[in-house]
Design a protein around this ligand. Structure first.
Ligand SMILES: NC(=O)c1ccc[n+]([C@@H]2O[C@H](COP(=O)([O-])OP(=O)(O)OC[C@H]3O[C@@H](n4cnc5c(N)ncnc54)[C@H](O)[C@@H]3O)[C@@H](O)[C@H]2O)c1
Length: 270
């Protein structure tokens, strides 16, 4: 086999089944389309079921196979049901990407109990449920890949980011610990800590009061955050999706317990 053919084969996901959360928008949507383009069957969950269905429709229109499942990741039974849908229809789950998450900006002194519980539920407990469900179906087959979405917020403490950063730091620690527990079963577990990525997640930076994109604000957002990186630009969802494709593919066969940082160089931890 020549080098270029083996390179293509190492990122070929044909015959694999991927379950993703957050499939309706941003990084989750880009990842769903990317894994499907690499040959995987995709089962995408999102609390916005209509948005997840649009993603599935796009995949099927391009010749792939996809299902959408309305899923609130804060409810363990719904996360289990998402995984079980993939098992019952396709008989296996090879990839689980726990992507759904929300931003949170509040000073520690001002954060209410309700807000704190909400951000823990959406950004942390959901990933724990997703990892548990993944282990349940992957362990008996002694193969699989789990990717959790952490955040660059774990690298750079900043005012108002305590709750968000705590959930994402916990996701990183969960990932590393589970890598030890899952490794003996042939299951790899990695995390991604994206930098500033232009998605709905960040749109509060560039929309007007009616929620419409304000071109001036958008330009300002791109400049302000782009300047924080050596590459001089904010990231796109595709930048993260490509990193996830790498991690779940055989090209990353010796990678586990790692945190990869598609962040334009904004932070450079050792
Ligand atoms: N965009 C960034 O700058 C950035 C940076 C670092 C990390 N992240 C992380 O990346 C992940 C994806 O974010 P994104 O930028 O694609 O945002 P996004 O808003 O475009 O997409 C998030 C998706 O999650 C879904 N979701 C929200 N709550 C849910 C719930 N309870 N159950 C199921 N689905 C739910 C939303 O409906 C949406 O489709 C998040 O975990 C976020 O914390 C984003």
């Amino acid at each position: 086999m020549n080098a270029s053919r083996s390179l293509i084969a190492s990122q070929d996901l044909s015959g694999r089944v991927a379950v993703l959360t957050g499939a309706g928008s941003g990084i989750g949507k880009a990842t769903a389309l990317t894994l499907a383009a690499a040959g995987a069957v995709v089962v995408g969950g999102d609390i916005d079921g209509a948005a997840a269905s649009l993603t599935a429709d796009e995949i099927e229109a391009a010749g792939g196979t996809a299902r959408a499942v309305t899923t609130d990741v804060t409810v363990r039974a719904q996360v289990d049901a998402l995984i079980d849908r993939a098992m019952s229809e396709f008989g296996q789950v090879d990839i689980v990407a726990n992507i759904a998450g929300v931003p949170h900006n509040k000073l520690v002194a001002e954060c209410t109990d309700e807000e704190f519980e909400r951000i823990l539920a959406i950004n942390l407990k959901s990933v724990f449920y997703g990892c548990q469900a993944a282990m349940r179906v992957m362990s008996p087959r002694a193969t699989g890949n789990i990717v959790n979405i952490s955040s660059g917020a774990i690298d750079t403490p900043a005012p108002t980011l305590a709750c968000y950063g705590m959930t994402k730091a916990a996701v990183a620690m969960l990932t590393k610990t589970l890598a030890w527990e899952a490794g003996p079963f042939g299951i790899r577990v990695n995390a991604i800590a994206p930098g500033v990525i232009e998605t709905n997640f960040s749109k509060h930076n560039f929309v007007d009061e009616d929620g419409n994109v304000d071109p001036e604000k958008l330009e300002g957002y791109r400049k302000r955050f782009g300047r924080m990186t050596p590459l001089g630009r904010v990231g796109e969802a595709q930048d993260v999706a490509d990193t996830i494709l790498y991690l779940v593919s055989d090209a990353a066969a010796y990678m586990t317990g790692q945190i990869l940082r598609p962040n334009g160089g904004q932070a450079m931890p050792w």
